[in-house]
Design a protein around this ligand. Structure first.
Ligand SMILES: C[S@@+](CC[C@H](N)C(=O)[O-])C[C@H]1O[C@@H](n2cnc3c(N)ncnc32)[C@H](O)[C@@H]1O
Length: 267
């Protein structure tokens, strides 16, 4: 194979995985200034990046929306990993939004809006027919998660800090309301399933997050749920006739830890 042939060859699965690895671990963890997991993309949990990459590819997502950018650790990773799709993010704090705007200034496909995600959602989704939406806006009295979920008609919704029922994984809880399958069933009564990232699946790279890890849930809205159903990276959670969480084995995932809940301030 000549040098030119090599340059034009499509990326192999191995080179694509290496690129993701490099994009993930070279993001400066600015969020360490406040986040209990030390910052980094997706809470420095590469399994979430691999799950999202699988969904981006399987569904041919035409854009990414993030809610709650903080200092832009995840936004920076997404901009490097997916330079060909528009990336829209927001933060209710002007200070955090403007920091992220400056940090991502070199990435023309990235837009950072200031405001509450529930109010901005229609604008964030505008023109996207298959968005991947990463919900991570929380910390204050107004927790927009319910409105966010109802406003996304079509797309893949990834919900951070979700209770996956695994003893090693944290989740959010505000004023006694837990971010879990029960909340999804209540907010989206017509929805009959969700998926959670499977931390016990076989991944090409180990997760280097030795501190706080939190669960991620995925909702497939208005599209066929075949890809996560058939992939080994996800576990299905039935919402009907009753909620059934996966039975986890904690073997191989490190020592089981007590559940850490968050009240009023989290990752
Ligand atoms: C956990 S941090 C986000 C971390 C970021 N996604 C990352 O991965 O680096 C939560 C952020 O949500 C923001 N936030 C809280 N409520 C919000 C709302 N209603 N709309 C938009 N952002 C909000 C907070 O200001 C904070 O920056």
């Amino acid at each position: 194979m000549s040098r030119d042939d090599r340059k034009s060859s499509p990326p192999t699965a191995q080179s694509a995985a290496r690129e993701l690895l490099a994009n993930f671990y070279t993001v400066e963890r600015a969020g360490s200034f406040r986040l209990s997991d030390g910052g980094g993309p997706f809470g420095f949990d590469i399994t979430t990046a691999l799950q999202i990459d699988f969904l981006m590819t399987s569904y041919g997502c035409d854009g990414i929306v993030e809610t709650g950018c903080f200092l832009g650790d995840t936004t920076t990773y997404l901009a490097r990993q997916y330079p060909d799709v528009p990336i829209r993010t927001c933060d209710v704090s002007e200070e955090y939004a403007s920091f992220t705007r400056r940090r991502l200034a070199g990435h023309t496909g990235v837009r950072v809006l200031t405001g509450s995600s529930d109010e901005l959602m229609p604008q964030l989704l505008k023109g996207l027919s298959r968005p991947l939406v990463y919900l991570d806006a929380h910390w204050y009295e107004h927790w927009p998660i319910r409105e966010e979920m109802t406003l996304i008609g079509t797309g893949i919704v990834a919900i951070d800090d979700f209770d996956i029922g695994h003893p090693r994984f944290s989740f959010d809880e505000y004023d006694g309301i837990r971010l879990d399958a029960g909340l999804v069933a209540q907010v989206l009564p017509e929805h009959d399933e969700l998926f959670v990232g499977d931390p016990e699946a076989d991944y090409p790279f180990p997760c280097l997050q030795t501190g706080r890890r939190s669960g991620t849930a995925y909702l497939v809205r208005g599209l066929d749920a075949g890809p996560p159903r058939e992939s080994g990276m996800f576990r299905r959670v039935a919402l009907k006739p009753h909620i059934q969480l996966p039975a986890w084995s904690t073997a191989g995932t490190g020592a089981a830890r007590p559940r850490a809940t968050v009240s009023g301030a989290g990752r």
